[in-house]
Each structure stands twice: as C-alpha cells, then as structure tokens.
Write a protein that binds this ligand. Structure first.
Ligand SMILES: *Cc1c(COP(=O)(O)O)cnc(C)c1O
Length: 375
C-alpha cells in the first residue's frame, strides 16, 4: 500500500457550495461566499480586516504594494522558508536581508534580528514554520523601537497561537495559504489580514485592480475609477465556495490533525531519547496547529538514506527548503552569506506523510519503518 506525502481532504460539501455559487449567477469575486469566509476569520480570530486572495504568494505581494516597498528598502526575511516570503518584495526592487534560523528550531533566530536592522530596513517578514509561533513579543518590541512594519507569513499557521493570541493577529499585516498542502484548502488560495487601520482602505483598492470598486458597491461613492496601483488579487466565488465547505469543518479538521501529530510524536519519542534524531520543539509560548510532522536527522547522508529506505517501502517523505540565500536567483545579484542553522535544517529536516485520512494503521507502518531504519 502506497502512503503518499499529502492527500487533499474534502469535507463533502465542496461541490454543493460550488453548485450554489454557479447557480447564483455571480461567479466573479467578492460575492456571497467570499464575504462569508472573510467574516468567519474576522470573527473567529479577531482579525481587523480579511481579504481572500488567489494565493498566499499574492497576499504577500499585496503587502509589498501596501507598504510602498521600493529599491531604497531592505526587508528582513528568514532564509529557511518558501520563495514567496521574499518574492513580492524583490519584485518591488527591495534588498532582501536574510536572517538565520535558531540553532534548535527552523524558525528565525529573533536574537539575530537587531544586528541586521539598518536605517533602510522597512519591514520584517516573520514565518511561523510548521505553524509554530516565532517569539512575537521580541519581534514587536523591535518593530516599535525601530518603526518597522511586521508582516506575518502565516501560510502554515492557521488556528495557531502565541501566548493565546491567534497568529496573523499580531503583526501589522499577515498572509495565509489555502494551497492543497495546508490544513484548510481551496486548491490554490490565500488571504491577506490587515490589522492596522492605515492599510484598510488601500488594501481593498489594491485588491480590486487599483480601483475603488469595493467602495462603489457598498454605495459609498457614485462611480468607481482608477485611483492607485493594484492587480486582480481576488479569487472567484467558485474558490470561495470550496473554502467555505472547509471552514465549516475547521475545528473538526484540527482535531483530527492533532491526533495524527500525537501518534507520530509518541511513536518516535524513543528515537529522540536515544539521540538518533530530533522531533519538533514547541516553545512554551506557542501552540501546535499540527500543520506538519518533521524530523531532524543527524546529517544530510542519513536523511538521504532514510528517505530512500522509506521510499522502498512506498512511504513518501520529503524534505524542504533549500536556504534561499544559496539560491541561484539570489546569488546572481548578491554576495553569499553564511547562515549555518538554515543550512543545517535544509540538509537534515524531513517531513512525514501527513493528511486527514492517514489512518492509525498506516501511521504505524511509517513509525515501524523509521524504527527499523535506526535499529
Ligand atoms: C505554502 C507557503 C507559501 C505559499 O502559499 P501559496 O498559497 O501557495 O502561495 C508561502 N509561505 C510559506 C511559509 C508557505 O508554507
């Protein structure tokens, strides 16, 4: 039996709601289902304003436009992350300054941040890796001290908390993903969270191709026109309808994922106790939204052997990310910088199969295979 790395979960209502959207005769964005999803998040997590987007990448591009990011700016971004954390800011011509991971966690080392801040620093992109919070009090203190904008890349961090506060509600702006590999999905999809009043009106304009269309449809103005920069960042009602079917089941999905995570943790703890590998570390201030289960191997070679060993047993484990500071694109224009912890996690981290329908039996197959590998 093949155990894939990921399998999108359907709650069963997706096609019903899509049918409703289709029959309603309103297929473009910002309709019934879009508003329902946006309000759901504003209410459940206390986000000031939510706009659905076609991806988290798009939501991050909107952030770059909202903060007027330009070639005079430096943006601090972790090196151990997905390209999208940097992409929107690079397109605006900003210089990306990479921060290393902590030595005991793939998340950024907040203690290294202050030394990277210069008079040109405009923003810090905070990535909550595996949905585990970065120490946001430390980050927000720096933001206040140096007048910086904090953007949470919360792509993996839905329903996760820092000292009880929902991730995505702490920074000035935040971006989430509903890509099919995340906890809650719509195929491709994402959302922008705006927590600062000063960005609220403009975010709608950038979302709607630089026009004040949203304001027009609320009857606040009597014609709409081109007033700013922007793009077409809003998803169609078909995507929003799919997402709504997922959101109705969010608590249930989270509960299932929590059980899967705990089975892995309990089944592999003995290997960590024997010093063979490291399991995910959850700091006291962070909750765990069970976005993924990863292991940290002792070396690159052991990881490669483990992945092959599992693959031979039809178990598909994967690795990511390659440090962005070592990427071909970055090195074309920039000097190489040495970020040993980011490199360490790039070389040794492995993600195990993780999806809603992963049964106990299949999980035990994965756990036994890893136990056998190390025996
Ligand atoms: C998945 C992911 C993204 C990109 O999300 P999309 O919705 O696919 O654009 C960005 N950042 C991180 C940390 C991610 O995990």
């Amino acid at each position: 039996m093949n155990i894939p790395f990921n399998k999108p979960f359907l709650t069963g209502k997706e096609t019903l709601y899509i049918e409703q959207a289709v029959k309603s005769g309103k297929l473009s964005g910002n309709g019934f289902f879009t508003k329902k999803c946006q309000r759901f998040f504003e209410k459940k997590y206390g986000f000031k304003k939510v706009l659905l987007t076609t991806s988290c990448t798009d939501a991050l591009e909107m952030c770059a436009l909202l903060i007027d990011c330009n070639s005079e700016d430096e943006i601090i971004v972790p090196s151990f992350t997905f390209v999208s954390s940097a992409l929107g800011f690079v397109r605006q011509g900003a210089k990306i300054v990479f921060v290393d991971s902590a030595n005991d966690h793939p998340n950024m080392d907040v203690e290294k941040l202050e030394s990277l801040i210069t008079p040109k620093t405009k923003a810090i992109v905070v990535v909550h890796y595996a949905g585990i919070a970065v120490d946001m009090d430390e980050v927000m203190n720096l933001a206040n001290k140096y007048n910086l904008i904090i953007i949470e890349d919360a792509a993996q961090a839905i329903h996760s908390f820092y000292k009880g506060k929902p991730l995505g509600s702490i920074g000035h702006l935040a971006a989430f993903s509903f890509h099919e590999t995340k906890n809650v999905i719509s195929g491709e999809g994402g959302m922008l969270v705006i927590n600062e009043e000063i960005f609220c009106d403009r975010s709608e304009i950038i979302w709607e191709k630089g026009t004040n269309r949203a304001s027009f449809f609320r009857g606040e103005i009597n014609k709409y026109s081109w007033v700013d920069t922007g793009s077409s960042f809003l998803p169609s009602e078909i995507t929003a309808a799919f997402l709504w079917a997922q959101l109705e089941n969010l608590d249930h999905i989270q509960e299932r994922r929590r059980k899967i995570w705990n089975i892995y943790f309990d089944g592999l703890k003995s290997l960590e106790d024997k010093g063979k590998l490291l399991l995910p570390k959850i700091p006291n201030y962070a909750s765990n939204n069970s976005h993924m289960f990863y292991l940290v191997c002792e070396s690159f070679d052991i990881r490669s052997e483990l992945i092959s060993y599992l693959k031979a047993r039809n178990i598909h484990a994967v690795f990511h990310y390659l440090s962005l500071n070592k990427s071909e694109f970055y090195l074309k224009e920039n000097e190489s910088v040495d970020l040993p912890n980011s490199d360490f996690f790039s070389n040794t981290l492995i993600r195990l199969p993780f999806y809603y329908e992963l049964t106990r039996d299949l999980q035990f197959k994965v756990i036994s295979a890893i136990q056998e590998f190390y025996a």
